[in-house]
Design a protein around this ligand. Structure first.
Ligand code: HPA
Length: 276
């Protein structure tokens, strides 16, 4: 059921469609032209208001992961409602942004990273749409869509922006930061960056055959690699990197293909057990 707020109920109903979505922190909705807010109900609950507008003439949705006032902590985000709401309005390609700490010592605060893989170390989250029959095992061999990843990297480099194109992101439960011993463990497991919001968001998108990739900004060195971690630091780097991330997202969205040739689009084809 789609629920619309405000006076423009009728007009919005016919506009409530977008092939592309951005999931990120508050502030990115500035990317959209002629944006209007909609509410989209799902069987998993009500996600935050979604902005629907245009980027380079393309209809694009923006979903603020932590709510419009940044009031939902990472472990309380309703990832299933968020992803399902986008699916319901027709989204097939998602470009996300995440704040991360750097585990790999080559990376520095302010760096941009497009991870190629993810380790899920969350503990309490609803992690699938497939809780019942038919038993469904979705392939995560290329969790992040290779097409969107390549476009994010190319777009950044064409603009002279340095971007790391290979990194394993580990997602922790939060909301606390990690201990130095946890970070040392993640380093030994070959993780390069750490955040609290990429899982299960990326996996849920793939479960619905959506393309999904993320551009991360490093807000701090991970625990044990700098004296102390503060929320201010994350907010400051987010504000500083916002303009360049917006530029990269705008250009990437402009060049997203309308026909999808990646495997993401067929993720369910080989995922189900046939009972014989
Ligand atoms: N750990 C987890 N999540 C984060 C960090 C971190 O160091 N920095 C930004 N998000």
């Amino acid at each position: 059921m789609l629920v619309f707020s405000g006076r423009r109920k009728k007009k919005l109903k016919s506009l409530a469609k977008a092939d592309v979505a951005i999931i990120g922190g508050t502030g990115l909705e500035a990317l959209l032209k002629d944006a209007e807010q909609i509410r989209v109900g799902t069987p998993y609950g009500l996600p935050p208001p979604i902005s629907l507008g245009q980027v380079n003439g393309k209809p694009v949705a923006f979903l603020p992961r932590h709510g419009i006032h940044h009031s939902v902590p990472p472990h309380k985000v309703n990832y299933r409602a968020n992803v399902f709401a986008l699916y319901k309005i027709g989204v097939k390609q998602v470009v996300a942004t995440n704040a991360v700490g750097a585990i790999k010592s080559d990376f520095e605060p302010g760096d941009l990273v497009v991870p190629h893989d993810l380790v899920d170390f969350t503990k309490l989250r609803q992690l699938t749409f497939y809780d019942d029959a038919p038993v469904t095992h979705v392939d995560m061999s290329q969790l992040y869509c290779p097409t969107i990843r390549a476009l994010l990297i190319k777009t950044a480099r064409e603009r002279g922006v340095q971007v790391w194109d290979h990194a394993v992101l580990v997602c922790t439960e939060g909301p606390r930061y990690e201990t130095p011993a946890e970070i040392e463990m993640f380093r030994r497991l070959s993780c390069d960056i750490v955040g609290m919001t990429s899982a299960p968001e990326a996996m849920l998108a793939r479960e619905l055959e959506m393309c999904y990739a993320t551009i991360c900004f490093v807000s701090n060195m991970a625990a044990g690699m700098q004296q102390q971690l503060t929320a201010d630091e994350v907010a400051n780097v987010a504000e500083k990197k916002n303009p360049v991330i917006q530029q990269i997202l705008r250009e990437t969205i402009k060049h997203l293909p309308s026909e999808r040739h990646c495997l993401c689009a067929h993720a369910l084809r080989a995922a189900r057990f046939e009972v014989k």
